[in-house]
Design a protein around this ligand. Structure first.
Ligand code: SF4
Ligand code: SF4
Length: 167
């Protein structure tokens, strides 16, 4: 029994050392950031991105599930109903205000997991450091993906002029 344990440990050490030896002979790769582009793993959790659907509508339907799941309480949302004249998302509601306070965000990804429409995802943006903490509150406009060519812009009713009305 003891000999088996010793052999098992020796095999584990040999396996570990073989990886170390193999890596020693690989070429050294030095990231050239900030002079060159930074490389990321696909799963890297950076600044959030608010997604659109294939029609250009915002995927966020203002359900507040991300805000409820956030352990840092750093998501602030205000919701409004879509109407015939103003349609921003594919659901009943959309977010008129969607802020994330990056002073508090811990990039845990709970908001992404909670979202039922895949509206919020992590992008690869990482250059968020600032001496002015007020710049770390990102608004919907800072995170929403731009419309792609060919996508129809969401329908937004023109504001009614103040002089218009029943006279
Ligand atoms: S990543 Fe985590 S801390 Fe940041 S907004 Fe999402 S749930 Fe909150
Ligand atoms: S981002 Fe997702 S979870 Fe958050 S309010 Fe919008 S639809 Fe709901």
């Amino acid at each position: 029994m003891k000999i088996q344990e010793i052999l098992g440990s020796a095999a584990a050490i040999a396996k570990g050392m073989s990886i170390t030896l193999r890596e020693m002979f690989q070429p050294t790769i030095t990231e050239d950031y900030p002079d060159g582009p930074a490389q990321f793993q696909e799963r890297f959790r950076g600044k959030h991105v608010l997604q659109r659907d294939e029609n250009g509508m915002e995927k966020c339907v203002a359900c507040f599930l991300c805000a409820a799941a956030c352990p840092s309480d750093c998501i602030y949302i205000e919701a409004a109903e879509n109407t015939e004249k103003t349609r921003i998302s594919g659901g009943e509601r959309y977010a008129t205000v969607y802020n994330i306070d990056y002073n508090r965000c811990i990039f845990c990804g709970y908001c992404v997991e909670a979202c039922p429409t895949d509206a919020i995802t992590h992008g690869h943006g990482f250059e968020l450091a600032s001496y002015n903490t007020s710049t770390l509150v990102m608004r919907k406009e800072d995170m929403l993906v731009p419309l792609e060519p060919g996508m129809k812009a969401p329908v937004i009713a023109a504001p009614v002029p103040a002089s218009a009305g029943g006279h």
